[in-house]
Structures are given as structure tokens and as C-alpha cells.
Design a protein around this ligand. Structure first.
Ligand SMILES: NC(=O)c1ccc[n+]([C@@H]2O[C@H](COP(=O)([O-])OP(=O)(O)OC[C@H]3O[C@@H](n4cnc5c(N)ncnc54)[C@H](OP(=O)(O)O)[C@@H]3O)[C@@H](O)[C@H]2O)c1
Length: 262
């Protein structure tokens, strides 16, 4: 499948987890991928497997100005991209009444401010290329209220709102802007809490219509679709990719009783 042949794609948070899966899937679809994140060895590990002359541009998205600086680095290295996957993110948890302003500043910078400024910095060149596709990684935490995740879910709500506003602003210039709201995807971000609670994986799977947790490839496939011409009339959308966890009603019974028939 080379639906993205000759396309240039930037993936933030490409060093592991969902972003790694996205980088691999975009490369397999024919795109040349620019990988960014802080963990240089991991970025190079992923890039070593890619076939379309990948580029590694390390960046920390926490400091002020980081999104703008990364956009400038991408423009000077490549001239611009057709696809931007704004995937980098971090999570913090704990009782809302214990939230520290410094932690809020950090998560807003990484999950929202830098990603918006990166899009702002790259959009003019994208327009000059005739348009493109921006895919923002949100979360089901933006559509439901998760316990102990006020700052994280607020940044994801901001991602959803920014997606719709940028779609309105840049649609006339040929840029489509969409978001994906993953459910529980097994990555480093979720592994610690899953392994600390025996039986949690089975419990969550039982509350999911498709009876399993997600894998990075489940999200990456939707990214490739949104990046491709197949999604050419789709913009301003937030697409939940969660095996049906949010949109269906979980069974009341125990996990064992919730096993799929047959
Ligand atoms: N896993 C889930 O269940 C789930 C569910 C809903 C939404 N999401 C969202 O999906 C995205 C990817 O999550 P994941 O599960 O793949 O998480 P992950 O395995 O923890 O990976 C996070 C990625 O973000 C990058 N990142 C974190 N802080 C950064 C910083 N300061 N500067 C630059 N890059 C930074 C990391 O790269 P470096 O460490 O190399 O910097 C890493 O590549 C996030 O936006 C997350 O909120 C995940």
C-alpha cells in the first residue's frame, strides 16, 4: 500500500508507543517520515527500520517556543510537510486538589501549546504545497471525565477544540485537521498502571465492546486513513478509536461472564 507515496510526514512522539506505530505505518504507506521526540537512541532505533529515507529531528516540546523552533528546524531541513501527526503527550494523575501549577504548565506545554505552535509554524508551507492533513492525538479523556486526570483531560479537550477551529481556518487553504481520541492503548504510558493492578486488563477488556485493549497499530491505521486522499472530505472531526468502550454500555456482570459468545 503506497497511498502516501511522495508525501512528507512529521510525527511527534515517534520514539515509542502510538507514535512509533504511526511512524512505521506512514512509512509502510509510502511517506517519508520525520521522527521527533527527546529519546534520540529510540528515534534512531525506529528510523533504522524505515524504508523511505527517514529523518530524525530531536526536540523537547516542554520549553516555551519549542513548537515554533521545531517547525523552523523542519522547514529548514525539508522545506515543509504534507502530513503532521501531533502525537507527543504526557500524563499526570492524582487528586485534583493536589494539582501543582508547575505540573499544569508542563502538561499544557507538551500536550497542547507546542503542538498548536508547531501546526501554526508548518501551515503556511503546507498551504504552499497545495494543502495537507493534520492529525492531533486527543483521548477519550476529552469526552468523559476520568478520575484523577483533570490536567490531562483538559489538555485533550483543548486539542479537540483546536482541531475544529483550525479546520475552520485552514479548510479553505486545503488543510484538513482531525483528531483521534484513543481509548486504552497498551504503551509505556499505560503499562505501569495496568501491571500494578492484577486483573485490570481483563476487567477493562470485559467493559470494551471488542473485548480487548488497543494496540498502537489500531490507532496508526486510522492515522494513515486520515492522512490519505480517502479522507479527502473529512475535516474538523474527532474520531474515537477505543474498541467501543465509550459509545457502548458495559455489561454489569463479571469479566468471565462477559466473554464473547463462541
Ligand atoms: N496509550 C493510551 O492509552 C492513550 C490513550 C489516549 C490518548 N493517548 C495519547 O496518545 C499519545 C501517545 O501516547 P503513548 O501512549 O504512545 O505514550 P508514550 O508511550 O508515553 O509516548 C509518548 C511520546 O511522547 C513523547 N514526549 C513526551 N514528552 C515529550 C516532550 N517533553 N518533548 C517531546 N516529546 C515528548 C515521548 O518521546 P520522548 O520520551 O522521546 O520525548 C514519546 O514518544 C499521547 O498524546 C497520549 O496522550 C494515549
Amino acid at each position: 500500500m503506497t497511498v502516501l507515496a511522495s508525501k512528507m510526514a512529521l510525527v511527534t512522539g515517534a520514539s515509542r508507543g502510538i507514535g512509533e506505530g504511526v511512524a512505521r505505518a506512514l512509512d509502510a504507506a509510502g511517506a517519508r517520515v520525520i521522527l521527533t521526540g527527546r529519546a534520540v537512541a529510540d528515534l534512531e532505533r525506529v528510523a533504522a527500520d524505515l524504508g523511505n529515507d527517514p529523518l530524525v529531528l530531536p526536540a523537547d516540546l516542554a520549553p516555551g517556543g519549542a513548537g515554533t523552533r521545531l517547525a523552523e528546524a523542519v522547514l529548514s531541513a525539508t522545506g515543509g510537510v504534507d502530513v503532521l501527526v501531533n502525537n507527543a503527550g504526557m500524563a499526570i494523575g492524582g487528586a485534583s486538589e493536589d494539582l501543582k501549577e508547575a505540573d499544569l504548565d508542563l502538561i499544557v506545554s507538551v500536550n497542547f501549546r507546542s503542538l498548536l505552535m508547531l501546526a501554526v509554524g508548518l501551515a503556511p508551507a503546507m498551504m504552499e504545497r497545495g494543502g495537507g492533513s493534520i492529525i492531533n492525538m486527543s483521548s477519550v479523556a476529552s469526552v468523559r471525565g476520568p478520575v484523577g486526570r483533570v490536567a490531562y483531560s483538559a489538555t485533550k479537550g483543548a486539542i479537540d477544540a483546536m482541531t475544529r477551529a483550525l479546520a475552520a481556518d485552514w479548510g479553505p487553504k486545503g488543510i484538513r485537521v482531525n483528531a483521534i481520541n484513543p481509548g486504552l492503548i497498551v504503551t509505556e504510558m499505560t503499562e505501569e498502571s495496568l501491571s500494578a493492578n492484577p486483573g485490570r486488563v481483563e476487567e477493562l477488556a470485559a467493559r470494551t465492546a471488542l473485548r480487548r485493549l488497543g494496540e498502537p497499530d489500531d490507532v496508526a491505521a486510522v492515522v494513515v486513513f486520515l492522512a490519505s486522499d480517502a479522507a479527502g472530505y473529512l475535516t474538523g472531526e474527532t474520531i474515537v478509536v477505543d474498541g467501543g468502550m465509550v459509545r457502548t454500555i458495559a455489561p454489569r456482570s463479571s469479566p468471565s461472564a462477559a466473554k464473547p459468545a463462541g
